[in-house]
Write a protein that binds this ligand. Structure first.
Ligand code: S3P
Length: 176
């Protein structure tokens, strides 16, 4: 398995802010799949959705996943939908340890609505977004580790991720 840390989870889970701080604490580089896409395309995610549509964005994500396989020792924050395609959990778990940042739908939804422009929320009712969240959970559940963000600030979530990443003593080499 690759030695990257891959953060997955729904919009509003805090993947970017947690990833940035986690990378700093671990002394590693930080990479965001959405940034890789905007850098390659020369336009923002909302622009890509508006001008080329969601299908094109998903194709760019596919390309990005291939590039991620070349990374080593980095912390990666993924876009909320990137992990939720057939075969993705397997591919990403081969790249590194996949950590699902989870939380209650209400909190994730409010956070996602407040912060940033998110094309997947535009034109969708709350119930439709809840259905999307529900459908995606089947994928997120296939992460290696799950860390609950409920009631925790970024610093506390990073602490919980670091703890979860620590090798379990009974799995350590040479332990009895
Ligand atoms: C998406 C989530 C976004 C971004 C794009 C699509 C999704 O990232 O990749 O707008 O399908 O959930 P965040 O999870 O960082 O908001």
């Amino acid at each position: 398995m690759g030695d990257n840390v891959v953060l997955v989870g729904f919009m509003g889970a805090g993947k970017s802010s947690v990833g940035r701080l986690l990378a700093r604490r671990m002394g590693r580089c930080f990479v965001e799949t959405d940034d890789m896409i905007t850098a390659r395309e020369g336009r923002s995610i909302p622009e890509i959705f508006a001008e080329r549509g969601e299908a094109h964005f998903r194709a760019l994500e596919e390309e990005t996943v291939r590039l991620l396989a070349l990374k080593s020792g980095v912390v990666i924050a993924t876009g909320g939908g990137l992990y939720c395609r057939e075969g993705r959990p397997e591919v990403l778990r081969a790249i590194g340890t996949v950590v699902w940042l989870t939380g209650t739908f209400d909190v994730l939804y409010e956070r996602a609505r407040r912060m940033g422009e998110r094309p997947m929320l535009a034109g969708r009712t709350r119930d439709e977004v809840a259905a999307l969240h529900h459908a995606r959970e089947a994928y997120y559940r296939r992460a290696d580790l799950t860390v609950d963000t409920t009631g925790r600030n970024t610093d506390q979530v990073v602490g919980a991720v670091l703890l979860a990443l620590r090798p379990h003593p009974s799995h350590a080499e040479g332990s009895q």
